[in-house]
Structure formats: structure tokens, C-alpha cells
Write a protein that binds this ligand. Structure first.
Ligand SMILES: [Zn+2]
Length: 86
């Protein structure tokens, strides 16, 4: 095993976040429900967008935009699953 810094994630993260994420499958940390992000119940402004699980209403993600940054919090999801383009 070799220890690297976070720059080793660059290629894979670019692939993950440069695609339409609404088809990504989340697993809710609160109830283990799985579904695509498009099925979240979204509330705004909170500030930003708050996506809640359609099954248990726990917060799955928060997305806040500022003029210079985007903050994405995924503490309510234990996993995101994205299909890869062939
Ligand atoms: Zn849930």
C-alpha cells in the first residue's frame, strides 16, 4: 500500500461530479432507504437547498452556493452510487 495525498482523487472525483447527479442512487443514513437523488424532497431557502429522504424525511444533503463557492454536505447519506458511462 502507498499513502498519497488528496490529489490522487482528482480524476475519479472529476468523473463523479461532472455528470448529472440526479440519477445517482443515495442510501439514507437515517433509514437505509435507497433511491435516486431526483426523488429527494427539496426545501429552499434554508439557506441553500436541503434534500430530505422521501421515506423518513431525514436530511440527506445540503447544497449552498455563494458567489465563489459551492458547499455540499452529504452527512445524511451513507453512500452515493453513480452509473459510469460506457
Ligand atoms: Zn430515510
Amino acid at each position: 500500500m502507498m499513502e498519497l495525498d488528496g490529489n490522487a482523487l482528482a480524476g475519479d472525483l472529476r468523473e463523479v461530479f461532472a455528470t448529472d447527479m440526479t440519477g445517482a442512487v443515495f442510501t439514507c443514513a437515517g433509514c437505509a432507504h435507497t433511491g435516486v437523488l431526483a426523488t429527494l424532497r427539496v426545501w429552499q431557502p434554508a439557506p441553500g437547498l436541503v434534500g430530505r429522504c422521501p421515506h423518513c424525511t431525514d436530511v440527506v444533503l445540503r447544497l449552498v452556493r455563494t458567489p465563489t463557492r459551492v458547499f455540499l454536505t452529504l452527512t445524511g447519506a451513507t453512500r452515493l452510487e453513480l452509473p459510469l458511462e460506457p
